[in-house]
Design a protein around this ligand. Structure first.
Ligand code: ADP
Ligand code: MG
Length: 717
């Protein structure tokens, strides 16, 4: 019997709208507004708490003090009533362990009362603190020496929400996850600490710049998410996709994205229906999705929200990945968020748009209309340049993972070299400052009082450089290197912390200069000038993909950390430990634990890939190839027998070599050396086997080849 029937592909292309999904909600009808309907927002909280209790709560939260038990009970009971009205039977402390995904353990609201019935209970204590038996999460050694369990603690700054399920609903309470010794075991705690650090530094700097009003500065994030949608039938026919999230075999299809007919093209109906339902679900959860479009590769798409503060934005980013994957299944689709699901086809990233905003609503990276505004802008912009230059290796490390090694440095994604694109006009402004041209305070100069200031903004919006890993885009920086499947928490934690350090450094210099200079402009200009001179090497406006840039970057002394094992040690480099310690964002031990976990994940994921590849090759592809060879022999086609038989021999050799690499892991070599073994031995062995397999795919009878091909997976919609 043949292995594959073409009919399956026809089935895959068939779909019908799933009843309730389409045409139901008229968002313009009163009462049908779904946005935030599943969120225990500040407004709901205010409505449901007695006035005095609410006021007390707000005061406590503002001061960042611990809630007293009666206050916590009041909030818990309001939250429970609200959640149960929405059909919740259970609640969970929703947290983000170092795996990079989210974790939940469900507890029922109901407790037996002894007479055979049960009543709903949910106390302040249960709201504030939980103790999941979460001893299996990776901790990079933090807990092993002390306490086996960790605890979760309510994060009142990210609202609770309800996840619907056909059979009920679940109240999710965003929480932090820590060890009993107070060390962060998650990605939320350091993010919150880094936001506080940056706020303190930025508020102090704003005072020097003449802003007495601002009490708090928030970092903001708007992450653009790229992903693939493919028919679930193909997904389940491919053990590599199921086990590793990417195809370990597969020849390049005759039609690629050369035609660019997909990018921003019209969206296939099934896909659009799926996107719309995804966005509806996300809207209910208060995630402000704004844009959607096709991406460069066939079957690749993108979704982006309106930016929010980093903490809420990071939580919402996790929800976005989760909802994308859940809803896709309702349409017979699978959402792939892996960085490189298909070799030879564009991979997926996650653009991390980042800025700083005041509690008064001002964006600190927005060049303004007045010289005063522009001085402020140039100050904060300089701080970012300095921070990115100084900690370029660390920033590279925040985006390092197995999946990312296929992407960064390849000819489609930002290079592994971190550099900043400022745009021609902004670069000219800094160059003018460097050359002292701004002191002539005449009309038309950049900083001259009462004169035209910066050229019209947005700067260079026309020639947006897509090859830069870190680009200024008019009023924010866009860090384009993060991978599509990764949590954005650590990326933003690092950005916030290193920028806080640079702000403090520039502020200290400004303060000193202000003692002798009359005007702010006179005091600030030399500070900006010195910073630019020292850090302009990281600014690059050309083609980041080009060979020439790699050479030039080397000459400029920029780091080029090509692979994950090259990059990860930056997490525990002395400069990293120093800045994270200074701002109390992560201790040395907490950094070491993150390094360990990231390196372990690299090893584990590659081991899964290596073993999956070997098993597919030996048990699926090799048998198909030998059957094909036997058929050629029995049909007596000598012209093809020789070629096929040679390839089969080559394949057998490659499989045996891969199996040997899979078995030869170094014992007790330390996690970094283990990671290097995976990179230097297992990956090349996988690549070799794949190379032969992909050639076999081109000659073995189609009905014998057991894996769906790229031309089907990517083009049948
Ligand atoms: P593009 O594809 O041109 O980069 P998008 O509209 O897809 O633009 O994405 C821009 C992203 O930047 C959006 O998520 C948007 O909310 C976000 N963004 C805009 N302003 C800020 C800001 N001040 N801070 C953080 N993110 C921002
Ligand atoms: Mg973008």
């Amino acid at each position: 019997m043949s292995n594959r029937v073409r009919e399956r592909n026809v089935t895959a292309a068939r779909w019908s709208a799933n009843g309730g999904a389409l045409g139901v909600s008229d968002l313009t009808a009163p009462g049908e507004e779904v946005f935030g309907s599943r969120v225990f927002s500040p407004v709901v909280l205010k409505q449901r708490l007695p006035k005095t209790v609410h006021r007390q709560l707000m005061r406590t939260l503002e001061k960042g003090e611990a809630l007293d038990p009666s206050l916590a009970d009041a909030v818990a009971s309001a939250m429970r009533d609200w959640a149960m009205e929405l059909g919740c039977t259970h609640y969970t402390h929703w947290f983000q362990p170092l795996t990079g995904s989210t974790a939940e353990k469900h507890d029922s609201f109901y407790g037996p009362v002894g007479d055979g019935t049960a009543i709903a209970e949910f106390s302040g204590k249960e709201l504030i603190q939980g103790e999941p038996d979460a001893s299996s999460f990776p901790t990079g050694g933090i807990r092993a020496t002390f306490e086996a369990r960790g605890y979760t603690a309510w994060d009142p700054t990210s609202p609770a929400f309800v996840l619907d399920n056909p059979n009920g609903a679940l109240l999710c309470i965003p929480t932090a996850f820590a060890s009993w010794t107070g060390e962060a075991l998650d990605t939320k705690i350091p993010l919150l600490r880094s936001m506080d650090a940056l706020s303190r530094s930025a508020v102090a700097a704003l005072k020097l710049l003449g802003d007495e009003e601002t009490n708090r500065v928030f970092t903001t994030v708007g992450p653009e998410q790229e992903y693939f949608l493919i028919d679930e039938q193909y997904y389940f026919e491919r053990p590599d996709l199921v086990n590793t999230g990417r195809t370990l075999f597969g020849a390049k299809p005759p039609k690629g994205h050369e035609l660019d007919d997909h990018y921003f093209g019209s969206i296939p109906e099934r896909v659009l229906a799926c996107m719309m339902e995804t966005e509806l679900e996300l809207a209910k959860l208060g995630v402000p999705i704004k844009t959607r479009h096709n991406e460069v590769a066939p079957a690749q798409y993108e979704v982006a929200p309106i930016f929010e503060n980093s903490n809420v934005g990071a939580d919402h980013q996790q929800l976005t990945m989760q909802v994308l994957q859940n809803v896709a299944r309702r349409y017979g689709l699978v959402c792939l968020i892996h960085e490189k699901p298909f070799a030879g086809v564009n991979g997926s990233g996650k653009h991390n748009n980042w800025s700083m905003g005041t509690d008064g609503g001002e964006n600190l990276l927005e060049p303004g209309a007045t010289p005063q505004d522009n001085l402020q802008f140039l100050f904060f912009c300089s701080a970012v340049i300095q921070a990115v230059d100084k900690h370029q290796g660390l920033l590279r490390a925040t985006v390092a993972s197995v999946g990312q090694d296929h992407r960064l440095g390849a000819n489609e994604a930002p290079p592994a070299i971190i550099s900043i694109f400022l745009g021609g006009e902004l670069e000219r402004v800094f160059t003018a400052i460097e050359q002292g041209k701004t002191s002539r305070s005449k009309a038309g100069s950049f900083l001259g009082l009462g004169s035209a200031v910066l050229p019209p903004i947005p700067l260079d919006s026309g020639d947006r450089n897509r090859t830069s890993p870190f680009a200024f885009t008019g009023n924010k920086f866009e860090f384009r290197a993060p991978g599509s499947s990764q949590s954005i928490s650590f990326v933003n934690t690092v950005l916030n912390t290193v920028v806080a350090e640079a702000i403090d450094d520039l502020a200290a210099k400004l303060k000193k200069a202000q003692k002798s200079k009359r005007s702010l402009e006179a005091a600030l200009t030399p500070v900006l000038k010195a910073a630019w001179k020292e850090h302009k090497r990281v600014v690059f406006g050309g083609d980041g993909y080009s060979e020439a840039w790699h050479k030039e970057a080397e000459g400029r002394g920029l780091k080029n950390l090509r692979t994950t094992p090259d990059a990860l040690p930056e997490i525990i480099a002395p400069a990293t430990i120093k800045v994270f310690n200074k701002y109390k964002v992560l201790s040395k031990r907490e950094l070491e634990s993150r390094f360990e976990v990231a390196a372990e994940q690299y090893v584990t994921n590659l081991n899964i890939e290596g073993e999956t590849a070997a098993s597919i090759a030996r048990t699926m592809l090799l048998p198909a190839s030998t059957r094909h060879l036997a058929e050629l022999r029995s049909a007596e086609v000598p012209a093809l027998i020789g070629e096929t038989s040679e390839l089969v021999d080559e394949f057998v050799k490659a499989i045996l070599a891969l199996e040997k690499a899979n078995e030869g892991h170094p014992a007790r070599a330390g996690v970094l050396n283990h990671a290097k073994y995976m990179r230097d031995k297992v990956i090349p062995a996988m690549d070799d086997a794949r190379e032969v397999a992909d050639r076999l795919e081109g000659i073995v009878a189609d009905d014998l080849w057991p894996l769906p091909k790229y031309q089907e997976i990517l083009f049948i919609k």
